[in-house]
Design a protein around this ligand. Sequence first.
Ligand SMILES: [Zn+2]
Length: 137
Amino acid sequence: MVLQSQRQLDEILSGELLKEYKTVHAMIKIYCAKHHGVLHGLCEECAELSEYAKTKLDRCVFGQNKPTCNRCPVHCYRPKPKETMRAVMRFSGPRMLFKHPLLAIRHLRHEKKGVPEVPKQNVSNRHLRKQAKSEKQ
Ligand SMILES: [Zn+2]
């Protein structure tokens, strides 16, 4: 069940949201290798965090205009995963430049762009996806 939803979401995210997810996933991987000794894939705890991040990206109210998470005015994470994610970012952030320079540079550029206003309409990836689906029927 979990695996299936993971596969589905990989296909669901696109554009900026997918790049953002790849960045987050790469950061969790760096963190997991160092802190949990898992060199291929992720430990259960980190896999769960990655999955959680993916769901949040899918539901992000900014949709494709999402600001970087650390500057976002909307607090969508629950306290526990938020705390863990903070630790991941703090640890992996500086290491990203060496491991994944392209993703890291994109993220830094993105960060400079500033924060858009919260859209009045729901433009989350999830919402648009559901809308597209219901229009087809
Ligand atoms: Zn781990």
